[in-house]
Ligand binder design. Sequence first.
Ligand SMILES: [Zn+2]
Length: 113
Amino acid sequence: MRLQFACSSCGKNNLYTPKVPTRGDLHIKIGITEVQVNCQICGNRERKHLNTINAIVDYKIIGIGFVLGIIATLGLWNFYGAVSTASFFIPMLFWIQENNAVSGFNKYHIKRK
Ligand SMILES: [Zn+2]
């Protein structure tokens, strides 16, 4: 899962670097409902409400799942029945886990005062 925000000046999406599992955790970590962000593309600085920061699927994680699936496939090469299961299910589990994390983050909104 990656976090991103859209720059209101150029409209491009920027990576938001703190790694937190949910928006609630982000709120607790920062302690306030707005963060100062810096656009990497146009250099615009602005304040963003935490509710405008969104999670997206990190395809690098899915890629790791595929690599692990391949490794497991090679490791299980002598156990024919397990090969197709491992090479299919490991990336699937990563995919499901990523999607759960993303939807969990995006579903939770901090109450605006
Ligand atoms: Zn920008």
